[in-house]
Design a protein around this ligand. Structure first.
Ligand code: COA
Ligand code: AMP
Length: 637
């Protein structure tokens, strides 16, 4: 389809001119127990509430109603796990029944509406069922990504105070078994708040030790459970909390409501992704991330699609044809993953030879997000797959696309390096530091004029003030995305860089500030800085610089090794923190501000201007020598 035929412009215009009409119409696709009193409550900005007075249940909309309407025998989830050698399909009916039992099990443990439940689980069907089971009884789930270590788990336990934690004995990372139980026990030991109970799914790959009185065996727990029905919830009741990196080590608890979430995600399945109910959607992510919440679990199921739950990697399980095998075997129509996955595939199979071994005839569209869709990767995928490759931009906070080529409305022409135009519902602007809009083509802060559409976060968990101060205060009346970029004359959005210290490593969102806090905790470290340096595969990787305290006699290598291990232990392997450089001093301005931006330019092999206020220019040469020795300072991409 060409731009001429696209319904994008009229749809976008209507979504902004008449948001209540637009989102009332979209809400008709959802089963409500009670209709809303008002589509949008805008009486208390910057807090906006969608569908107040409306009542529904998200699990009912994702499972039960499909069974009632004739989709009971269709696969809801296909669990494809090359790491355990299994492929298992669960129909909507089976999912509903299994979920109802878990919901009953949770009730038996005293979990009810509004109680929090943490899930610290690998990519197994029980994890998806458990998320939906929480939704079924109005409990609020908070999934913690398995690649995070105990300390990260502990901060989340202390913040959301879960009554129960659901976990498993282990995860499987390629060919490596990751014991989860010691990490779980460590997290609970570190946290001040203690959950009443843990339920552990024992996997045959590794049996976990149970703590009597606290831990329950998943199978025994389910064997005793009575199925529980869906409860009716307010549209504005929280469905889940998902923690995401902030600028400090304390993560932000992004809250998602029930009503707006169901409507926004449902709409996105046809509007953004151009899917039809009954088709198969594959999101190559993890349930611990927002992409996993929205597009492995909720959106496909709400829409009546089959969702793929893939416990494997794009490469190495067993090879770079893993995605093609999956797509052909399960007749996938749309795949959504991070560009880093494609860079990994391209590195192993540069000519895309493995693609030819599979029947990809049902595969219509590839969607990329999580980091900028770099043109070489997008073009490689286009050339070898011969289907549209769609870069779209979104965040944990928004839950779905802020800007993207809305396939369901008819594709717009592609401009490489741009996720195309703002999605319906998002009144996206570029603001200068004075808060005024800047002309087309000028870089500024990407900000969304309030209200955010349904599905975006209504608040942070028990941190309303932080919601305002982090996102809404800088530009009153706008949500500031913390991404900088520009919009060109044609309305195409270009997302350039984060304006805070968040970096993106293999599509994972990480805080360099959080890593600095860990490095500073090492007894020999006087000062430190962490920057994100460009990386061929992962997009960015963290690089740490440390200055040792006077009189430290141990070798630099030993201390580097120790701080690398410290980040792995405190934050987790997902940080990919592998480079820690001991330096005499850090480059600073005369007022003492560390010149992280200049260090990053050096690391990326870019031209940089000597900051006029630098206190000692010679230090930059030292930094450059170290970075070169560590393999950086080359232009990437
Ligand atoms: N549980 C435990 N450990 C995990 C984990 C999990 N769920 N996920 C990742 N890790 C570990 C990895 O095993 C690795 O450990 P290592 O340092 O011992 O090797 C470390 O965390 C870093 O992981 P990652 O950055 O993902 O690197 P990788 O080399 O394992 O894989 C890719 C690289 C590109 C193949 C992989 O990141 C990928 O498939 N990414 C694309 C899809 C995606 O997940 N996107 C996220 C949001 S859309
Ligand atoms: P997360 O909350 O983990 O989804 O990370 C969100 C951040 O990832 C955004 O603020 C961007 O910095 C970055 N990001 C995600 N998708 C894109 C994209 N398509 N283009 C550019 N940056 C992106």
């Amino acid at each position: 389809m060409t731009g001429m035929q696209s319904r994008y412009e009229e749809t976008y215009r209507r979504s902004l001119a008449d948001p209540e009409g637009f989102w009332a119409e979209a809400a008709e696709a959802i089963d409500w127990d009670r209709r809303w009193d008002k589509v949008l409550d805008d009486s208390n900005p910057p807090f906006y509430r969608w569908y107040p007075g409306g009542r529904l249940n998200t699990c009912h909309n994702a499972l039960d109603r499909h069974v009632a309407k004739g989709r009971g025998e269709q696969a809801a989830i296909i669990y494809d796990s090359p790491v355990t050698g299994q492929v298992r399909s669960f129909s909507f009916r089976e999912m509903r029944d299994a979920t109802a039992l878990i919901a009953g099990g949770l009730k038996a443990l005293g979990v009810g509406k509004g109680d929090r439940v943490i899930l610290y689980m690998p990519m197994v069907p029980e994890a998806v069922m458990a998320m939906l089971a929480c939704a079924r009884i109005g409990a609020i789930h908070s999934v913690v990504f398995g690649g995070f270590a105990s300390r990260e788990l502990a901060t989340r336990i202390d913040d959301c105070k879960p009554k129960v934690i659901l976990s498993a004995s282990c995860g499987i990372e390629g060919h490596r078994i990751v014991p989860y139980k010691p990490l779980l026990d460590g997290g609970i030991e570190l946290s001040s708040f203690k959950p009443e109970a843990c339920v552990i799914l024992q996997r045959p790959q590794l049996e976990a030790e149970m703590i009597p009185g606290r831990d329950h065996d998943w199978q025994e727990w389910i064997a005793k459970a009575e199925p529980a029905d869906c409860v009716s919830l307010e549209a504005t009741d929280p469905l889940y909390i998902l923690y995401t990196s902030g600028t400090t080590g304390i993560p932000k608890g992004v809250v998602r409501d029930n009503g707006g979430h169901a409507v926004g995600l449902y709409w996105s399945m046809h509007g953004v992704y151009g899917m039809k109910p009954g088709e198969t959607f594959f999101a190559g992510s993890d349930i611990g991330w927002v992409v996993g919440h929205s597009y492995i679990v909720y959106a496909p199921l709400l829409y009546g699609c089959t969702a793929i739950l893939y416990e494997g990697k794009p490469v190495g399980t067993p090879d770079a044809g893993a995605y093609w095998r999956l797509i052909s075997q399960h007749g996938v129509s749309a795949c959504f993953t991070a560009p880093t996955a494609f860079r990994a595939i391209k590195r192993e199979d540069p000519d895309g030879k493995l693609i030819g071994n599979y029947d990809l005839s049902k595969f219509r569209t590839l969607f990329l997000a999580g980091e900028r869709g770099d043109p070489p990767t997008v073009q490689w995928a286009e050339e070898h797959l011969k289907i549209p490759v769609i870069d779209h931009w979104w965040q944990t906070e928004t839950g779905w696309t802020i800007a993207g080529n809305c396939v369901g409305l008819g594709m717009l022409p592609v401009k490489y390096g741009s996720p195309t135009k703002a999605a319906p519902g998002y009144d996206l602007r570029v603001l200068g530091t004075d808060g005024h809009e800047v002309p087309p083509g000028t870089i500024g802060a990407l900000a969304v004029k309030l209200p955010l559409p349904p599905g975006s976060f209504p608040t942070l968990w028990q941190q309303e003030e932080r919601y305002v101060s982090s996102y809404m205060a800088e530009f009153p009346g706008y949500y500031q995305t913390a991404d900088a970029g520009y919009i060109d004359e044609d309305g195409y959005v270009f997302v350039m860089a984060r304006t805070d210290d968040i970096i993106n490593t293999a599509g994972h969102r990480l805080s360099t500030g959080g890593m600095e806090e860990v490095l500073a905790g090492h007894p020999d470290v006087a000062e430190c800085a962490v920057i994100g340096a460009a990386d061929e595969l992962k997009g960015q990787v963290p690089v740490g610089f440390i200055v040792l305290k006077a009189g430290v006699a141990r070798s630099n290598e030993t201390i580097s090794r120790e701080v690398i291990q410290l980040v792995r232990d405190k934050i987790g392997p997902v940080a990919s923190f592998r480079t820690a450089i001991v330096v005499e001093r850090l480059p600073k301005t005369r007022s003492g501000k560390i010149l992280r931006g200049t260090m990053r330019q050096i690391a990326d092999g870019l031209e940089y201007r000597m900051p006029a206020t630098i206190d000692d220019p010679a230090i930059l040469d030292e930094i450059a020598d170290h970075l070169k020795a560590a393999g950086f300072c080359r232009k990437v991409g």
